[in-house]
Design a protein. Structure first.
Length: 343
């Protein structure tokens, strides 16, 4: 496994600042090459921090798990539910020499496979949906994407748009999400006609590889002006027949600020950002997490994905995520508590 710092692996010329090739790849993602074979990457092994967690008072541990879930899983602004991948994860890395870019891509796929997220069998092709960009000018990169492809930065009407488009951390992620109605979407009935179910594919984003019933989360919740949104199923206090899904993750890395970190450390941090919609990069969790790496006031953060990170991700990808938010969070909490307590 590579142990050199990121400084040794940065490409000298490819930083995607021009973005011609990068954004062309986004448009032609359906013809992307398959991920490299997974067999040449050492399997991830969890770190032993859980032995310390076991000494926590039960009340303290429950509070710590709640805080962990809050910072690691941001609910959808549309459905108020937690989201995850429901299609195979297909990452690509720009701005690094090819062997190390492939290492990061494989690392994302390996972590995804280890926690039960959908991954592709070696040798198959997939549509790229996780873009990782290393650049010495991250704000310029972000400004370009915000101008040309603002949908890749996600939808949050409560957020300050200017602040959301500022690069403020060594590594940041933006999430395009979608809302799926398990019963389809309800079209407004024309005069004298009954309602009918339909599937809407937003433009210009190509969603042909998604199952029917998915609508991209955007300011135009009516569906490009034709007047429908996620309706779900009424009459239940447990579920409304809706769920939130990850559709694309954009991760930008400030190559100047990660030069002295181990490649595996940065790869693990990127992998966590790619697998769950992070709510805060500044929350210093009392439980060991790779997410503490760049959080302010975190002393001695882990250098790799931890057993607690893995417990959370396994709970997230094993939970019923068409339930109401409190039930989803409770399900994840219970599975994390069981996994941690049994260590």
């Amino acid at each position: 496994m590579p142990t050199f710092t990121v400084r040794h692996h940065l490409a000298g010329t490819l930083y995607c600042l021009a973005l011609g090739l990068c954004l062309a790849r986004l448009a032609l993602a359906a013809n992307s090459p398959p991920p490299a074979d997974q067999s040449d990457v050492t399997n991830w092994q969890p770190l032993p921090e859980v032995t310390v967690i076991g000494k926590m008072d039960a009340h303290v541990l429950n509070h710590a798990i709640n805080q962990f879930i809050q910072s690691h899983a941001r609910p959808s602004i549309v459905t108020n539910q937690l989201g995850r991948w429901h299609i195979v994860i297909c990452p690509v890395v720009f701005g690094m020499k090819r062997p190390y870019a492939e290492f990061i891509s494989r690392r994302i796929a390996n972590v995804a496979r280890s926690i039960g997220a959908p991954t592709l069998a070696p040798g198959n092709r997939c549509t790229v949906n996780v873009d990782v960009m290393f650049t010495p000018e991250p704000q310029a990169q972000l400004d370009f994407i915000a101008k040309r492809h603002p949908s890749l930065l996600g939808y949050d009407p409560k957020a300050d748009v200017k602040q959301a488009r500022k690069f403020t951390h060594p590594v940041q992620a933006w999430y395009m999400t979608g809302s799926r109605s398990l019963d389809g979407f309800q079209l407004p009935a024309p005069m004298g006609q009954s309602n009918q179910l339909a599937t809407y594919t937003p433009q210009p984003v190509d969603l042909t590889y998604f199952m029917p019933g998915l609508m991209i989360d955007s300011a135009d919740t009516s569906g490009n002006g034709i007047g429908f949104g996620p309706t779900g199923t009424a009459g239940s206090h447990l579920s409304h027949g809706l769920r939130s899904e990850l559709m694309h993750v954009l991760i930008i890395v400030d190559s100047k600020k990660v030069l002295n970190y181990q490649l595996q450390t940065i790869s693990d941090y990127i992998a966590l950002l790619a697998l769950t919609r992070i709510d805060s990069l500044d929350t210093c969790s009392s439980l060991p997490s790779i997410l503490n790496l760049f959080a302010s006031q975190c002393a001695a953060p882990p250098a790799a994905i931890t057993a607690v990170d893995t417990a959370y991700l396994k709970a997230l990808y094993g939970a019923e995520l068409d339930m109401n938010l409190n039930l989803e969070q409770g399900d994840i909490h219970a599975h994390m508590l069981d996994a941690i307590s049994n260590k």
